[in-house]
Design a protein around this ligand. Structure first.
Ligand code: ZN
Length: 243
């Protein structure tokens, strides 16, 4: 089976559509949370995701939108955009977001948004954080989002010492062996690694490979929609820089 692995769409329909087209046919979509928040198309993104065969776990923005998380933990721009997203969402799409589980296990993969230790909130940015988190899931691999940065953490270096972060090779399938990995596909709708292109990954469970990919999308369209809704300027501008 061929799976599309994506995370942090953040109500950016232009980026989401570009990823779906670039990915080509897949058997199932695995979404690692934060479907909404920040961007201008919460209903469009939730509806598009729901129209496909998919699995999805909850992100902090999804939970904040449905009142499961306190918005006082968000920075002012994120809070403002989240409240706007909440106002737009239909009752059906809100109920869908409310129903999302914190964690899912599919074969060799654990799916969650933040970290195995704290699925909704913890960011795995450093190898030291990844190392602790390897003790908190049972499968060979864990798929995470939340940091908006594509990366792979391996549990042990070749010398048997501590965990390390690997920069994913774009458009090059990586063989999944027997070493334990925490894999982040990056963000579809608001990349933060200096590359504004939408980020995602393709998993082929028969070939046992995972491939990170990037695709350009018309971010100026998303920006124009955000300006039209008076969403925070900082959130508008960051799309073109990928920060
Ligand atoms: Zn996010």
């Amino acid at each position: 089976m061929r799976y599309l692995i994506l995370s942090d769409i953040h109500s950016n329909l232009e980026a989401f559509e570009a990823v779906l087209e670039d990915a080509g046919p897949v058997d199932q979509v695995w979404c690692l949370g934060d479907v909404v928040g920040y961007g201008p198309d919460p209903n469009g993104c939730v509806a598009r995701l729901r129209s496909m065969d998919h699995l999805c776990v909850a992100g902090n923005h999804d939970w904040a939108t449905v009142g499961k998380l306190d918005l006082s933990d968000f920075n002012p721009d994120a809070r403002e955009a989240n409240l706007w997203n909440r106002e737009q969402l239909t009752p059906s799409n809100l109920a869908y977001l409310e129903s999302l589980p914190e964690t899912l296990v599919q074969g060799d993969f654990t799916l969650l948004h933040g970290s195995p230790r704290h699925p909704i909130w913890e960011y795995i940015i450093y190898a030291s954080t990844a190392e602790i988190n390897f003790e908190h899931f049972d499968t060979l691999y864990c798929l995470v989002g939340h940091t908006h940065t594509p990366v792979i953490f391996r549990q042990q270096r070749d010398d048997g010492q501590s965990s390390e972060a690997l920069a994913p090779l774009l458009n090059k399938p990586r063989e999944l062996g027997s070493e334990r990995l925490i894999i982040n596909p990056g963000s579809v709708g608001q990349p933060r690694d200096g590359d504004p292109r939408a980020s995602y990954a393709i998993l082929d469970d028969e070939a046992r490979t995972l491939e990170h990919r990037r695709v350009s999308y018309p971010w100026e369209k998303t920006q124009a929609k955000m300006m039209g809704q008076d969403l925070p300027l900082r959130l508008v501008l960051r799309l073109q820089y990928g920060w």
